[in-house]
Design a protein around this ligand. Structure first.
Ligand SMILES: *[C@@H]1O[C@H](CO)[C@@H](O)[C@H](O)[C@H]1NC(C)=O
Ligand SMILES: *[C@@H]1O[C@H](CO)[C@@H](O)[C@H](O)[C@H]1NC(C)=O
Ligand SMILES: *[C@@H]1O[C@H](CO)[C@@H](O)[C@H](O)[C@H]1NC(C)=O
Length: 302
């Protein structure tokens, strides 16, 4: 897939203005970009592979031949808007995967729900791919892969997830690259019952990540470092045993009518992405799925 130097949709993007006053509800929370790492996150493993900038605003996760590193939110959330800026490992990053995801647990348990962004590194000068996936009750197999219209290793870009009971949308710089719809009925595909943490990690996946595992990690290039900043969450924070913020009649913008489907300008961006940057879509893979999964016919346009 040819890479695009610039985005044609930049001019038509309209960011959803969020009035905190209007969006506030008892258990809806928002983390300002300047909020410190410790306020929101714990290190999951390898404390010594995590660093911050002197002012604490930028976080670095590194991978070497010994181990990777990961962090997770202290809180769990059910529905909301989750956003972070990432700058990915530059140079020769073949085999290295940076994952940025939400999951119901810290682990790969058989009944977990999960929403994934995975950034698949590549040999120097070759383009990264971004893989997304959705798990419900332990079953994933809903991969999509996209190429990007910029080099994600050169600068910070914003990666966000909108999650409500109508749709899950994966955004890159506010451009919706993937829409995963609910059909409003009880089903095995749309994660909507369990709260999730937000995680990020860096790890070695050279058995599959780059050109299907043909390109191995070159450890002479390590450590491999991904950088993070500007975490923001505007979501329903889970409070055991009962969350207080599950109704669609609350004033949370991410759970209002306008957030149940793409806006007209978002549809134009999404159509452009669909035409130009989709590398793999499980819903088109009839060899793998002679009978396509039931969610595949749901229209992203509604
Ligand atoms: C890991 O890399 C270091 C530094 O390059 C090297 O000294 C060490 O032998 C490597 N360890 C393994 C297990 O490959
Ligand atoms: C979730 O998966 C487990 C095991 O994989 C199964 O026993 C259980 O019935 C499933 N739950 C639902 C609600 O489908
Ligand atoms: C890496 O680069 C090769 C060659 O351009 C490309 O085929 C592949 O899709 C790229 N990305 C990954 C993750 O393999």
């Amino acid at each position: 897939m040819e890479r695009r130097a610039s985005s044609p949709m930049a001019a038509i993007l309209v960011y959803i203005a969020v009035s905190m006053a209007a969006a506030y509800c008892s258990s809806s929370v928002s983390a300002a970009p300047s909020t410190s790492f410790e306020d929101n996150f714990n290190i999951m493993w390898s404390e010594d592979h995590f660093k911050t900038s002197a002012d604490g605003e930028i976080w670095y996760l590194s991978l070497d031949n010994n181990t990777g590193c990961g962090f997770q939110t202290k809180q769990m959330y059910r529905f909301g808007w989750f956003s972070m800026k990432l700058k990915l490992v530059g140079g020769d990053s073949a085999g290295v995967v940076t994952a940025y995801y939400m999951c119901t647990e810290n682990g790969a348990g058989p009944t977990r729900d999960e929403l994934d962004f995975e950034f698949l590194g590549n040999r120097s000068g070759q383009p990264y791919l971004i893989q997304t996936n959705v798990y419900k009750n332990g079953t994933g197999n809903r991969e999509m892969r996209h190429s990007l219209w910029f080099d994600p290793t050169e600068d910070y870009h914003t990666y966000s997830i909108l999650w409500n009971n109508h749709q899950i949308v994966f955004f890159v710089d506010k451009v919706p690259i993937r829409v995963f719809k609910n059909n409003g009925e009880a089903n095995d595909f749309f994660p909507n019952e369990k709260p999730m943490y937000l995680f990020s990690s860096i790890w070695n996946a050279d058995e599959w990540a780059t050109r299907g595992g043909l390109e191995k990690t070159d450890w002479k290039k390590s450590p491999f470092v991904s950088s993070y900043k500007d975490f923001s969450v505007d979501a329903c924070q889970w409070e055991d045993p009962y969350p207080k913020c599950v109704s669609t009649t609350t004033e949370n913008w991410w759970d209002q009518y306008d957030a149940w489907h793409l806006s007209d300008s978002q549809k134009m961006d999404y159509a452009w992405i669909q035409r130009n940057l989709v590398v793999y879509d499980y819903c088109k893979d009839t060899e793998r799925f002679p009978t396509l999964p039931v969610e595949c016919p749901l229209s992203p346009w509604e």
